[in-house]
Design a protein around this ligand. Structure first.
Ligand SMILES: *Cc1c(COP(=O)(O)O)cnc(C)c1O
Length: 481
């Protein structure tokens, strides 16, 4: 049983010993009003440096991470973050740079941000980029605030945003947060946007559609040019949720499909690490007609110097302190440069190949509701296994006992008992085959002995939990030795 770090505490033990300061000691009471001072000592663990290292290394191994095993979490693109990314962003000149440094002191870092803006514009097929947003959902917020400001300036009162029923939950949430009403459009039998339904939903009240392509079923919206025509003819804008950019990078650009605004999840597509929720970055690219609305500052170049450009006359303002998550952006920049144009394209090609390989091996054993060539991910249904006594949650828990992070489950909502699998390009054939073997073994176990499967997970630090009680009454407090 792992101890809490507080339980490892030994009175007087220290991690590091500082030399004598050479100045006389003074009493706190003489400089701070005693009514403001703590009455008791803080409850802090007293441990050595080695105790700390062992404690946190042990804890980290209880978690799952990409360097430990397969992480086929659909829509999340848990690709490997190459070590060169880490080496670059820990260089002292980046790591120790103060964000308030005068621009003449940090031309190199500004140049990197400027180039990254340009690379992202090229990858998305758009014109201008802000690096500020801190995550994909934050990029959505930025993008939809731009939509709002754009129509306000035009003097048009558009109150609605169209979102397909396969959309990620952040899309309707973002539209709503920006004050729009959400209009849902259904999918057809192929899993694509229902064009007839879309046509009926579009009118002069509609400001934008929020779409990801490939969609969350991992299917390419074949009618994307027709969709963009329908929207643009109605005077509306197209917002691209960039979470699935890993399927098309270097092959086709959202700008060419007709999208006007795109966010990029650098932590998905461009390999920066994001297990456990962050940090990330969600740069936003826009068409030149929308550039004046971008958050300030962006990074500009006047032929001689790089500078912070506050000259966006319709700017929605700042969306984050300083200039974005610089360390994360630096990793994305390193990844782009180390891959190059052909490497980025190859990454997408391999991601799509890996997903199709898994899909073909697993269909028939698990149900595949939308059976066509997929992009970088695909969605199985555990309906058959549920009838045999183990639902998708049970399958997910069983996978953990084989050292595999479960796929995304119960999303998208339009597939019953959904299992959304995204292997990414960084996995080898051997690892993919291992996943197939485990999935087939689990399906067989469910046929033969569902009760046994339901006992999983057995190898994790915490076994089967009451999920409702664990969320509603977590027992986290340290109550003292
Ligand atoms: C991950 C994801 C988002 C949100 O991105 P974050 O960076 O997690 O905020 C939005 N849409 C889709 C389809 C996603 O997969």
């Amino acid at each position: 049983m792992t101890q809490l770090i507080f339980e490892k505490s030994q009175k007087g033990r220290r991690g590091c010993l500082l030399p004598e300061t050479g100045v006389p000691e003074i009493d706190f009471d003489s400089i701070i009003d005693s009514s403001l001072l703590n009455e008791e000592d803080l409850l802090l663990p007293e441990v050595s440096e080695l105790d700390v290292m062992r404690h946190f290394v042990e804890l980290s191994h209880k978690n799952h991470f990409i360097e430990k095993g397969l992480y086929p979490l659909g829509s999340c693109t848990m690709k490997y973050n190459p070590q060169i990314n880490e080496s670059v962003c820990t260089l002292p000149r980046f790591k120790d740079l103060h964000p308030n440094s005068p621009t003449s002191f940090c031309q190199g870092s500004l140049e990197i941000m400027y180039e990254l803006q340009n690379y992202l514009a090229d990858i998305t097929g758009l014109d201008s980029v802000t690096l500020q947003p801190a995550a994909g959902a934050h990029g959505e917020l930025t993008g939809m605030l731009i939509v709002k400001a754009y129509f306000k300036k035009k003097g048009e009162n558009r109150t609605k945003v169209i979102v397909p029923d396969s959309a990620h939950g952040t899309n309707p949430a973002t539209a709503k947060m920006c004050g729009f009403d959400v209009v849902q459009v259904g999918s057809n039998e192929k899993g694509l946007v229902d064009i007839e339904e879309l046509k009926k939903a579009v009118n002069n009240d509609v400001a934008a559609i929020m779409l990801t392509n490939p969609n969350t079923l991992g299917l390419f919206e074949e009618n994307i040019l027709e969709i963009s025509k329908i929207m643009h003819e109605a005077g509306a804008l197209l917002y691209y949720d960039g979470a699935n950019l890993n399927a098309i990078m270097g092959i086709v650009k959202p700008g060419e499909m007709g999208f006007d605004i795109v966010h990029i999840n650098t932590h998905k597509t461009l390999s920066t690490p994001h297990g456990g929720g962050g940090p990330g970055a969600g740069p936003v690219a826009v068409r030149k007609e929308l550039a004046s609305f971008l958050p300030v500052p962006t990074v500009g170049f006047n032929g001689e110097n790089f500078y912070l450009n506050y000259n966006h006359e319709d700017s929605i303002g700042k969306v984050r302190s300083f200039y974005g998550n610089f360390g994360v952006l630096l990793r994305a920049y390193t990844y782009i440069l180390s891959m190059g144009k052909t490497g980025l394209k190859q990454a997408s090609i391999d991601a799509v190949l890996n997903a199709n390989y898994l899909k073909e091996k697993l269909k028939g054993i698990y149900m595949l509701p939308y059976d066509s060539v997929c992009m970088h991910e695909f969605v199985l249904s555990g309906d058959k296994q549920k009838e045999q006594g183990v639902n998708t949650l049970g399958i997910a828990k069983r996978l953990m006992d084989s050292g595999i992070h479960p796929p995304t489950v119960y999303f998208p909502l339009i597939v019953h008992e959904a299992l959304m699998v995204e292997p990414t390009e960084t996995e080898s054939k051997e690892t993919l085959d291992y996943f197939v073997d485990v999935m087939l073994k689990i399906a067989k176990e469910i046929e033969e002995n569902p009760e046994a499967v339901l006992k999983s997970p057995l190898t994790t630090p915490v076994g089967k939990i009451d999920e409702v009680q664990a969320a509603k009454k977590p027992d986290l407090a340290y109550k003292g030795k």
